[in-house]
Ligand binder design. Structure first.
Ligand code: AMP
Ligand code: MG
Length: 361
């Protein structure tokens, strides 16, 4: 891993007491007008631009299509992302499979899984094993204890109570991916264990969107972001690269630079600025170290992972945030992915392969 210092004097400038889930990356598709709407370019390709919400975050789409104007492919993509959340991944909605799975915790007969959820969990468990548990999809009891999903809606931290050490230790008892048994299409969750797939949901959505687009030949190219995860699909007509901005975690209104990518990538960012609560001047963010049950403190403020697969990019960015840059770099390299790390001082380091894609602002 090559490391170099870009700046180390910059002070943290966290002003907002609370920040909701914000898109960790923004995409800049050259030639696309801002806002929502359709623009026809000279070759007869329409450019559809939309901004919506799904999965508790912002979904931004720029789609280049030869579509008739009366069929809006962005709305179909949005529908699919929402369906994924409602039917499969949400732990909060009683319509989802994860909700039913969590309800089955402690049931000795386990619960049958759909092929989709089985595949997702198998991939998750691979990352859990290889990250020595830094990424753990069974942390639901702990993430709920911290009330992470409620932080975005809080107007101030007043009334919010941090969990006690005793409560954290108790919640940790019920977590641990090694205690989860996945056998012959059935999942056996021990009593008290709760799945939380929040660290991979947006990445899974990108993979689903790509599969959908592959069956839509009129769509020539697209850039889709779901919160901090971005998909580049297809190539632009002029052959130029997609430009995907990497947010500065010390000042999320700014970018550090951008990744120049062709249309085959998933990019995910995990950062301590995405979702957090500040109590007595101290920031508590949403990425939990499974060893302590508390917000990870590996010295990083943000990690961006580049990978061909959405679930992997998303899982790896979360794992890297917990592991820190040295162990994180080893992990992504084991998966053939690339990563860029920003530590609390703003020092940027990246895997060697990332240097081919990343350009400073
Ligand atoms: P991300 O922003 O992709 O890094 O995902 C963070 C979300 O994943 C949190 O809001 C939690 O729901 C969940 N989470 C937190 N810590 C972990 C962890 N160590 N492993 C797996 N999921 C986690
Ligand atoms: Mg993630």
């Amino acid at each position: 891993m090559k490391r170099f210092l870009r700046r180390n004097q910059k002070k943290h400038r966290y002003t907002a007491a609370l920040l909701g889930a914000a898109a960790a990356l923004s995409c800049v598709a050259a030639g696309v007008c801002g806002g929502c709407g359709i623009r026809e370019d000279s070759s007869g390709v329409s450019v559809l631009v939309s901004v919506d919400t799904a999965m508790g975050t912002v979904v931004r789409q720029t789609v280049y299509t030869e579509e008739e104007e009366d069929r809006d492919v962005t709305q179909e993509i949005l529908r699919r992302i929402r369906e994924l959340e409602h039917e499969l991944l949400s732990w909060r909605l009683d319509t989802s499979e994860v909700y039913s799975v969590n309800f089955s915790a402690g049931n000795e007969e386990g619960i049958p899984l759909s092929d989709s959820l089985e595949e997702i969990l198998e991939q998750c468990l691979t990352v859990s094993r290889r990250s020595q548990g830094a990424f753990d999809p069974s942390l639901g009891a702990v993430t709920r204890l911290w009330k992470i999903d409620e932080w975005a809606g809080l107007e101030s931290a007043e009334g919010y109570e941090l969990p006690t050490e005793e409560e954290i230790q108790e919640a940790l008892q019920s977590a641990g991916y090694e205690k989860l048994v996945l056998k012959e299409g059935r999942l056996y969750l021990p009593e008290g264990m709760q799945l939380d797939l929040g660290a991979v949901g947006k990445g899974v959505a990108l993979t689903r969107v790509r599969e959908y687009l592959e069956g839509e030949p009129q769509v020539k190219a697209a850039v889709i972001s779901v919160g901090g995860s971005i998909l580049t699909y297809g190539d632009k007509a002029d052959g130029s690269a997609w430009s995907v901005a990497v947010v500065d975690p010390l000042d999320p209104s700014e970018s550090l630079g951008y990744l120049a990518l062709n249309g085959q990538w998933c990019v995910s960012t995990s950062g301590d600025y995405e979702r957090y609560v500040e109590v007595d001047g101290r920031r508590y963010h949403h990425i939990i170290d499974p060893e302590t049950g508390c917000p990870a403190d590996s010295g990083l403020s943000g990690v961006t992972v580049l990978c061909g697969d959405g679930l992997l990019s998303d899982a790896l960015s979360t794992a890297c945030f917990v592991l820190g840059k040295e162990r994180g770099a080893d992990l992504v390299e084991a998966f053939g992915a690339e990563a860029l790390f920003v530590d609390h001082d703003g020092e940027i380091s990246m895997t060697d392969g990332m240097k081919a894609y990343f350009h400073f602002r």
